[in-house]
Design a protein around this ligand. Structure first.
Ligand code: SF4
Ligand code: SF4
Ligand code: SF4
Ligand code: FES
Length: 953
């Protein structure tokens, strides 16, 4: 279990052969390359230190960790001195004590002596070390030149920088460089004038800082301090849990004072993040106690009626009665449910069970329909299971990494830091993206190739790369012969001239020579790994592209060991888990088809109900059926379909056509405007269960507080089932995971007890892999042989025309998350107060658009207004925006085109026209230059006539 203060061994672990030495007469055996400081700590001997920390390379600046080495000269710093065989180290002697006290005296003589009122009192390494070295007096007094009047930088909304307390140990600078990889901090000046400086003397807010919190974590004093600690005081207890934002799934210690969360501290032993975090998980947790949260159930007969707060019993009975009534009048297929990738595995499992056992059909789908359903299809067809192949750590062994349709520094920041570390060590990077994402060029990193392809031409580019691999002798014949099938047919297909980079140059817009060079780099690497995101899946050929990447990886033998693989970077925290739990209408838990009699029998026996052998409706089919009058009751667990799904007009028309829409969420979101029942959900701080991250890691989500609603979300689904006459109940959520383990072979070994014991496990976890599976397909593929599948390029039907000459592609930004309902209710709006449209200077100029202008963006299905940002990150002809704000309603313009295999919407390609709206007023221009939008100005298609209170979500 996590401690409030975790041990720090001083310098990072090393992995060389064993070296024996003696520290203060104790025999110690450590790997070669280990520092003396760490060796001593491992032997239980704490040498005083200030500038060293075990997640940073040693720096040797504070001179507190001095030791004596038998036969050696002087008093070396133990943090920068590596162990040697037979070394005899002394960590305590009168001479060392005197030296250390002298060092501390100098520090303290230039430090505000306000320990009793300092927010870090009790959690300050400087204070601790003064005690450890026995400092009793400061002989030089406190009157000399000092930094006690140095100003405090309060520009960041989450932490302060109180320069008067800085001891210039450089831990923050090194954390920003080594851990985060942003290089935002430096030590400016020399000697006495040395100070920490953000970028070139900027405030933290105006610097390159991305507010990951690594420097705050590293600071041994109160110089860099969380604002919440300053306001609320030091935490007194800690609960280990998991971030509820992205698919990286970082482990955090929720640190509390009483029942109030004071801060979230990334957990050193967290398998996914190893002590690192991003601004969302670290700081943006305030939404959980935001006044907008609805904590009581509400009902209304018609969506035009006002909401009426009711007791849980009334709400549950209302849902059960109306669902049963619709089913009786319109047939069993007229009702269904949607699960949420933001909910726990246990919460998702009970909803699909509610639909299958109590509703009596397979009309269950999940939000993964609109993000990673092509991953599920493509990887299952080729490898045999829908799962990323590696763990995150594996990237440290990659020689070449390919990032396709993903923007890790914004979407998966903690994993991006791992990638950047490996790139700084010398690995090579290929970026395939229409947009010049940050990874293409950032401090100490430059992609070897940026294939800036036209949106919609992914399959063409992956085929062209495979063509080069096949025709230039880069196929790993031994791997293919032993591990794969259907290679010959694929080889003939891909070697055809129409798949060459030259033939496809016109389609992709990427010079053939560049594609050839990138393919050669990938194909000849020792270890080459592919990482991809929604820029792959959210296309009409999303599933084809996933299979195309799998083909390329198999052809080059880049599967089944560390440093290689095909890895989806999942958007939401539990996309992998919600799919694992049987959320798709054609699959029971564990991706087993509903038509499989043996599998159905397992569940039918346990659940005591017959399960239909035919797949149910997907989300888009539910909408179509609603408009046809055959689908009339929908239970939505934690998703905002009206904002996140494409072609908003179509979605809202379908929701309006239903007799009963039940929304379960934290806030009254856009979808709730069409709901008849609102069931209040729980935040991650109240949940008790598990999330499964992008690397298949099952992490515990532990309750930090009781549900503010009085009910766990899994209890809501159980209560509805009971009220509909189907007995479903559990005493606690661990029993739900036990049922998953009982029915689903890939989860057979998983239990809360195991997770509490080992921390986390990566699925599959069963008898043969009792503590999980780090690398998939290491011996054979899940389906036996890896299968090559022909991936013919078929252009999307969505084309730019004279009327809609630009292509819109969408994505996300670091500080915001998904539809923004959580992050917009935190101080993260300081970085991104509105969605903006990025447009190339050429496209802007011909339309008379300047930076900051309001523009109208129209597609053939809708129109919206937003501000333009003119930059050359986009190629000519392509514009980009995010979808975090309902007032912008980016999905008003996205169309109903979708992936041929899974119906995943084609969010990434929409033909649009952009025209100048109105010029900003002087007030707006001033506000923008201060870093925010003018809050008084309506910006969207809808905002003019809606009261502000409704704009929240
Ligand atoms: S918060 Fe992160 S990015 Fe910002 S200065 Fe600190 S370490 Fe660097
Ligand atoms: S801000 Fe903290 S970590 Fe950075 S140099 Fe100063 S005392 Fe050290
Ligand atoms: S990287 Fe993702 S999981 Fe980790 S802290 Fe950030 S949002 Fe949370
Ligand atoms: S801890 Fe070794 S010099 Fe600072």
């Amino acid at each position: 279990m996590a401690l409030l203060k975790e041990p720090d061994l001083g310098t990072p672990a090393r992995h060389g052969p064993s070296v024996d030495l003696e520290v203060d007469g104790h025999q110690v055996s450590v790997p070669a390359g280990t520092s003396v400081l760490r060796a001593a700590a491992l032997a239980g001997i704490d040498i005083p230190k200030l500038c060293a920390s075990d997640n940073l390379e040693a720096f040797g600046s504070c001179r507190l960790c001095l030791v004596e080495v038998e036969g050696g000269k002087g008093t070396p710093a133990s943090c920068t001195t590596p162990v040697a065989p037979g070394m005899q180290v002394r960590t305590q002697s009168p001479k060392l004590e005197k030296l250390r006290r002298g060092v501390m005296e100098l520090y303290i003589s230039d430090h505000p002596l306000d320990c009793l009122t300092c927010p870090a009192n009790g959690d300050c390494e400087l204070q601790d070390m003064a005690g450890v070295v026995g400092l009793r007096e400061v002989r030089y007094g406190f009157d000399g030149e000092n930094h006690l009047d140095a100003p405090t930088d309060t520009s960041n909304p989450y932490f302060d920088f109180d320069d008067s307390k800085c001891i210039v140990c450089s831990r923050c600078v090194r954390a920003c460089d080594e851990v985060q990889g942003t290089f935002a901090l430096t030590i400016s000046g020399r000697g006495f004038d040395s100070r920490v400086s953000a970028s070139a003397g900027e405030s933290f807010m105006n610097s390159e800082c991305v507010s990951c919190g690594a420097c705050v974590q590293a600071c041994p004093t109160s110089t860099l301090q969380e604002r919440s600690v300053i306001d609320l005081g030091m935490p007194t207890r800690t609960v280990l849990t998991t971030c509820a934002y992205c698919g990286v799934g970082c482990s955090f210690k929720a640190e509390l004072r009483g029942d109030e969360v004071v801060r979230m501290v990334p957990y050193k032993d967290g398998g996914a993040n190893e002590g690192h975090s991003c601004v969302k998980g670290r700081f943006a947790f305030g939404y959980a106690s935001h006044p907008d949260r609805v904590t009581k159930p509400m009902i209304r007969e018609r969506i035009s009626d006002p909401w009426r707060e009711v007791a849980w019993d009334e709400a549950i009975n209302y849902v059960a009665t109306r669902m049963t009534d619709i089913r009786d009048r319109h047939g069993v297929g007229a009702i269904g449910g949607i699960t949420s990738s933001r909910c726990t595995n246990e919460e998702v499992y009970v909803v699909q069970k509610l639909v299958r056992a109590a509703f009596g059909n397979n009309n269950v789908d999940t939000c993964a329909r609109v993000c990673h359903s092509p991953t599920g299809y493509g990887l299952k067809q080729t490898f045999g299971t829908s799962a990323g192949t590696q763990d995150f750590k594996s990237v440290a062994k990659a020689d070449v990494m390919v990032v396709i349709g993903a923007n890790p520094t914004d979407g998966h920041p903690v994993f991006a830091s791992r990638m950047k570390r490996r790139l700084r060590e010398g690995a090579q990077l290929i970026v395939i993206d229409p947009r010049r994402i940050d990874m293409v060029r950032s401090p100490h990193i430059e992609a070897a190739h940026h294939l800036q392809l036209a949106p919609g031409s992914n399959v063409a580019i992956i085929n062209a790369m495979s063509h080069v691999v096949v025709t230039e002798g880069l196929v790993d014949r031994a791997f293919v012969a032993e591990r794969c099938e259907d290679f010959e047919a694929w080889e003939q297909f891909i070697a055809r001239p129409e798949n060459s980079p030259e033939s496809l140059e016109e389609v992709t817009g990427v010079p053939a020579a560049e594609v050839r060079a990138a393919a050669r780099l990938y194909g000849s690497a020792g270890n080459a790994a592919i990482y991809y995101g929604l820029g792959v899946t959210e296309h009409s050929q999303g599933s084809t592209m996933v299979m195309g990447m799998a083909n390329l990886a198999m052809a080059t033998g880049n599967i089944g060991r560390e440093g290689v693989g095909v890895n989806p970077l999942r958007g939401q925290n539990n996309v992998q888990g919600s799919c694992d739990m049987g959320s798709f209408p054609h699959e029971l838990p564990g991706y087993r088809h509903v038509s499989d009699d043996t599998v159905r029998e397992v569940f039918e026996t346990l659940w005591g109900r017959t399960i239909l052998a035919e797949p149910g409706l997907r989300i888009p089919n539910m909408f179509d059926a609603a408009l046809d009058g055959t689908f009339l009751g929908l239970y939505i667990q934690g998703e905002d379909l009206a904002q996140s799904d494409p072609n908003t007009k179509h979605v809202t028309a379908a929701l309006s056509a239903m007799e009963l829409v039940v929304v379960q969420d934290l806030f009254l979101n856009e979808t709730a405007k069409f709901a008849h029942v609102f069931l209040p959900g729980t935040s991650f701080l109240e949940k008790d269960g598990t999330f499964t991250n992008a690397e298949r890691r099952i992490n515990r989500v532990r309750p930090v507080m009781a549900p503010k609603t009085g009910k766990h979300e899994w209890q809501i689904a159980c209560d509805i089932a009971q009220a509909m006459g189907y007995p479903m109940s559990y005493q606690q959520s661990s029993e739900i995971m036990d049922e998953v383990a009982l029915t689903t072979p890939t989860f057979a070994g998983v239990s809360f007890d195991l997770l509490d014991k080992v921390g986390s496990v990566q699925g599959p976890c069963h008898e043969e892999a009792p503590t999980g599976t780090t690398v998939m397909h290491s011996k054979g593929f899940t389906r036996g042989k890896g299968r090559f599948i022909e991936t013919a390029y078929v252009p999307t039907a969505e084309r730019s025309t004279r009327k809609y000459p630009l292509i819109l592609t969408t994505g996300r930004i670091l500080s915001q998350y998904n539809v923004g309902s959580q992050t917009r209710r935190t101080a993260n709006i300081a970085w991104h107060a509105e969605d903006i449209l990025e447009i190339h200077p050429h496209d802007a100029e011909v339309r008379g658009i300047c930076d900051g202008d309001e523009v109208t963006m129209a597609s053939r299905v809708g129109e919206t207004r937003l501000r333009a940002q003119v930059n050359d990150r986009m190629p000519v002809g392509v514009v980009y925006t995010t979808f975090h704000y309902p007032v912008t309603g980016a999905n008003v313009v996205t169309t109903e085109h979708s992936d041929w295999a899974t119906n995943c919407p084609e969010y990434k390609v929409t033909a649009v026209q952009v025209e100048l709206g109105r010029k900003p007023s002087v007030t707006e221009t001033v506000a923008r230059h201060r870093g925010g939008a003018d809050p008084d100005q309506p910006r969207s298609h809808e905002s003019h006539d809606r009261p502000a209170a409704l704009l929240g979500d």
